[in-house]
Design a protein around this ligand. Structure first.
Ligand code: FE2
Length: 230
């Protein structure tokens, strides 16, 4: 399997380039528009054809590369059915399967960070977007976020996966690349709660400033920005 984890320094976003390596089809999860050329170079070097691109949710801290990549490669733009994006080609829902050559990815609806947040399960690993982070969870104080709903997504969906499942988030701010469900269950401070009320209490008292890019990124991601519009 080909699995490349790329990092955007400005927004601390992880982007994933995935292919079975058996067929030549590739898929990208959570691309950042400024890195479009880098992604295209990687695809070219590995002789891959980008056929699908997924955003886990409408991002508030960077502009997605979804639309530019689709313009350049004609790949299918995919998000969950709750998305407000006006440019998505394929809207998926809970339990839908996304396929490329020899790879199947299952969509799990995990709202709470936003109302359009999805996680994607692929064999031994899950891409958790901003729902489950390493030693953290995605904030729930804007974009129709809800700590109560996120608790349900975490405790009744993601954390029910086998403990050895690898966790690949959309961000990390401390240089960590991945984790496991077991490690997060045992060590993630946000998850050491006894009930939903305790979780809501933690999430409602984070007192975080809004992301710097928010007023630019959210509308750009809804409209589907391309590089010539930046
Ligand atoms: Fe986010």
């Amino acid at each position: 399997m080909i699995f490349e984890q790329l990092f955007d320094n400005k927004s601390s976003t992880y982007t994933y380039v995935i292919s079975s390596g058996e067929g030549r089809e590739a898929l990208i999860i959570d691309p950042v528009i400024e890195h479009t050329e880098e992604y295209l170079k990687i695809l070219e070097k590995l002789k891959l054809k980008l056929v699908k691109v997924i955003d886990t949710h409408i991002h508030a801290d960077h502009i997605t590369g979804l639309n530019e990549l689709s313009k350049r490669t004609n790949c299918t733009k995919i998000m969950g059915e709750q998305t407000k994006s006006e440019v998505v080609d394929l809207k998926i829902k809970e339990d839908d399967k996304i396929e490329i050559d020899k790879i199947e990815i299952k969509a799990i609806y995990t709202p709470g960070h936003t109302d359009c947040s999805y996680s994607f399960l692929m064999k031994d690993r899950i891409f958790t977007g901003d729902t489950l982070l390493i030693n953290g969870t995605g904030r729930t104080d804007f974009q129709n976020g809800s700590a109560k709903i996120q608790y349900d997504s975490l405790f009744n969906k993601i954390l029910k996966l086998p403990e050895k499942t690898l966790v690949f988030p959309a961000h990390d701010y401390n240089g960590k690349k991945f984790s496991t469900i077991g490690d997060e269950k045992n060590n993630n401070p946000r998850l050491q709660v006894d009930n939903v009320e305790e979780y809501i209490e933690i999430m409602n008292n984070l007192n975080l400033a809004n992301p710097k890019m928010m007023d630019i990124a959210v509308p750009a991601n809804v409209k589907g920005a391309t590089l010539d519009q930046l």
